[in-house]
Design a protein around this ligand. Sequence first.
Ligand code: SF4
Ligand code: SF4
Ligand code: FES
Length: 332
Amino acid sequence: MDQPDTAKVATEMVQVTIDGASVAVQKGATLLEACQQMGTEIPTLCYLETLTPVNVCRVCVVEVERNRTLVPACSRMAEDGMVVSTDSERVRHSRKMVLEFLGSSVDLSLAEDEVGDWMERYGADPARYGPVSAPAAAGERDARKPGHHHHVNGETAEGVHQPTKVDNTLYIRDYSRCILCYKCVEACGIDAQGTYAIAVAGRGFDARISTEMDLPLGDGACVFCGNCIGVCPTGALMFRSEWELRRADLWDPQAQSVTRTVCSYCGVGCNLELHTQDNRIVKVTSPQDHEVTSGHLCIKGRFGYDYVQNLGDVEQNSIDEVLQAARRRSPK
Ligand code: SF4
Ligand code: SF4
Ligand code: FES
């Protein structure tokens, strides 16, 4: 069989028109990449450069001439001759609805800053759906059976609010903040960790991120790499240390600094970003653009920093007590 000329394929270009301007992009590039190349900003929620696009949030939709429906820019490939509108009335209306539905059902107060900017830009008004419904009891949403929709009263906006899951000393899961972007599932599974400890359970509005059989994290397949926390855009997955400090009203990003270093546990060379506050490490991330990690770490690099700061053996202050509570005591 004839093999393709790889050099030719690699340099093949396609021409697309975006908002009236023509741009040449490499064959295989997405419309999002074409827009980025032109400096046109497209909102995204479920997209991350280091993950396979799952195109579930639909906030990135654009209008393509002669296409019946709007298309997700993050996953639709640019084709020669395409004529694309990124800011038509239809596009703006669709983005507004997506943001409104999310804002009316999910707690977005800790979501990335851009989400608030987009809400404003597209005139999203989640409050027009009424007050959010009362939180579900612990485990109630996890127990819902597919195909058995409960009665809605029509007076409140149906929400996903529920108690935070605190079942280990390393990280918490606050699914009241979950927009079901699948990023954690991708990072836990095929794109990074290969552990498949979490997936989407349920159907329709009852769809939710879950461990197998809704087991506590420590009883399932989770290896506590924290890669799911690293990609979560809304604060639904959070370091236990950050969560405890926020609850004690001690979390202060303005007072934090980030120091880049190399993990000392093995010879792979993962880069770490140590977030410190009051001279204490409060969480550890890794730069997404780092060629070794792409933002992902293992349990040692992400959580194994206690030895650096000798917690508990120094003069006690509030932050020490809170961090001790987060990292030393068993969860209640
Ligand atoms: S900590 Fe790692 S293994 Fe556990 S659910 Fe998150 S990504 Fe999966
Ligand atoms: S927990 Fe976070 S990363 Fe996972 S689906 Fe929800 S919002 Fe997305
Ligand atoms: S960013 Fe494209 S569908 Fe979510």
